[in-house]
Design a binder for this molecule. Structure first.
Ligand code: AMP
Ligand code: ZN
Length: 109
């Protein structure tokens, strides 16, 4: 998806503050953080939105990486929140599947 913002972040065509990368995912700091720690984890494979993903293994992989990044990279042992917005009704603005990791303080509802 050549016109996808997050695909361009993966390739480095758009700069980002990377916190983790492996063969399957890329993770970087959200440009408008909503918590002291706010990181986005995206699969390298372009998928528009959670509801369109037909690959359960990819969803499992994504959540597994979220957990690894939260624990081992971001040191969020106190806890954190995972948010996946789905389509416009869920508030999704960037249509490349991504999980938000929010932490670093006790989060209000
Ligand atoms: P969503 O509302 O779930 O689609 O989340 C999109 C997120 O991407 C928002 O929290 C934005 O602040 C964030 N964002 C947009 N552009 C960038 C960028 N260039 N670098 C880092 N985060 C971004
Ligand atoms: Zn993309």
């Amino acid at each position: 998806m050549s016109d996808c913002l997050f695909c361009k972040i993966i390739t480095g065509d758009i700069p980002s503050d990377k916190v983790y990368e492996d063969a399957d995912v890329y993770a970087f700091k959200d440009i408008h953080p909503k918590a002291p720690t706010h990181v986005l984890v995206i699969p390298k494979q372009h998928i528009d939105t959670f509801a369109d993903c037909e690959d359960p293994a990819l969803l499992g992989m994504l959540l597994d990486r979220v957990r690894t990044i939260a624990d081992d990279v971001l040191n969020l042992q106190a806890g954190y929140r995972i948010v996946i917005k789905v389509r416009e009704g869920g508030g999704q603005e960037v249509f490349h599947l991504h999980a938000h990791i929010l932490g670093g303080k006790k989060l209000p509802f």
